[in-house]
Structures are given as C-alpha cells and as structure tokens.
Design a protein around this ligand. Sequence first.
Ligand code: KIV
Length: 279
Amino acid sequence: MARICIDQFYDWKKQGHRWVCLTAYDAPTARVLESASVPMILVGDSLGNVILGHDSTVPVTMDDMVRHSAAVRRGAENTFVVCDMPFLAAQISDEDAIRNAGRLIQEGMADAVKIEGGGARVGTIRRIVDAGIPTMGHLGLTPQNATQLGGYKVQGNTPASAAQILKDARAIEESGAFALVLECVPTGLAEKIQGALSIPVIGIGAGLSVDAQVLVFHDLVGLSGEFKPRFVRRYADVEQVMKTAVEGFLADVSSGDFPGERESFVSKDGESAEMAPGA
Ligand code: KIV
C-alpha cells in the first residue's frame, strides 16, 4: 500500500467525500488508526494535556514533538502524518520556524506541519511552504493562546470576530497552506469558510459542513477521565476496559493463579526455552 498523499484530500473535497483525522502520540495507537484506514493522523501538541499530564499545551517542546512524531511514523508507515508546531516554535523568527518545521519532517518523519494562528502567522506559513514543507493552518480556538482568547471558548461569536476568522482563513489559503483546522466556531461561520476556501477544511466543534472531522483519540475512546467537551462523542470506555484488565491481573496474582504452566518456562535438558513462539 502506498502512503496517502495530499492529492487524495483534494480529490475527496471535490467529490464531497467526508473523512476523518485522529490524534496519535505513539506507535501502537498509530498502528490501530492505520489498520482502521484513518487517512490522516495528527501528532497534536494536545500531547501536553493528554499524555504528559500538563494542564495546557504550552509546556510542550520541539523535542517532545519530534520524539512522538517519529514514534507515530514507526507505527503507521502509510498514513499521512501531520505534526503540530508547539508553542513558540513558529513565533520567534521565520528562520527559526523553517528550521523547526524541518526537524518535524526530517527527524519526526511527518509529512506536514500545523501552525496555530491567523494574520501574524501568514507570512511564516508562506516561508515554510516556500521551503518545501506542506503546512496546515489552525483557526478559531487556538489552545496555545487560550489565555489571550479568554479561555477555552467558542470563537467567532460576534460579527467582527467572525469576519476576522474568515479573513484569516482566506489569507492562510493564499499563503499556500494545504488545509485548515477550524476549532470551536459556530456552524454558520464554518459553512461560510468551507464555501470560501478551495483547500480542505477540517473541523473540531465546527459542525457538519466542513470536509473532515478531527478528534483527540483519547476523547473518542474514553481515555481522558472526566474531560468531555460538547463536541466529543465517546465510542468506547477504554479506561474501564483497562481497569478491569488490571484488576483481573491483581486477583490472579493474589490467588496464585498467575503465572500458570503456560506462562512459565520448564527447563528440559539441552533445550533452550523460547520467549515466544517464533522468537
Ligand atoms: O493538538 C491537537 O490535538 C489539535 C487538535 C485538537 C486539532 O490541534
């Protein structure tokens, strides 16, 4: 199977075919997503909240993103992988931004990078695209500057802020971005942006009119504790499945049922015991 490429997303936009993107931060999750035919994986800087236990994405570093992106690539060789530029990776200077984006591609083995923010990021996106790196924009609720935005709130609620997001979306498309994430905006605004752009629009809390839907994998499978924003639909309770498995192990150890004969090595003269069949 050949790796999915950007043209596929453009074709799907033309055909009106809806598709999904999910986050992953490690090889086993990436393997599950690829085996379920998810065409795009986002190594989001939500890594900070979801995996590293921070209360925001701000502490996430370039080294964190590189390491987790490479792990995802090792688990999903044929899926299109987009890696987030973490806080301040694209803000200091365009040169710094190109170098950081380059690391996510070269060391992190991602296919593309994503940058949060509107007007102020447009020139930087153009420079990164000119350097040959496919780049995705991200507008609406941009968690890296949630404090400036007044918290984790729906954006584009007033005519002025909606007009600004639409203007930024057009500018991001003109800068050469290949796609745009739209997070937590009213459905009417998302519909307007979808109609105004020829690049794919990927929504999270942006309603049904967009080309694709992205969710954080751990929210989807019920592995993010009590955190459940309105735009999430849970398809499993993996936290409960994991707890039941661990409780089963505890019970078997305390009753002496584990390890049994099957899980033990019985030495036979002159034969070396194998760890696993075929190992
Ligand atoms: O970091 C992330 O997971 C994201 C998605 C929520 C779009 O940016």
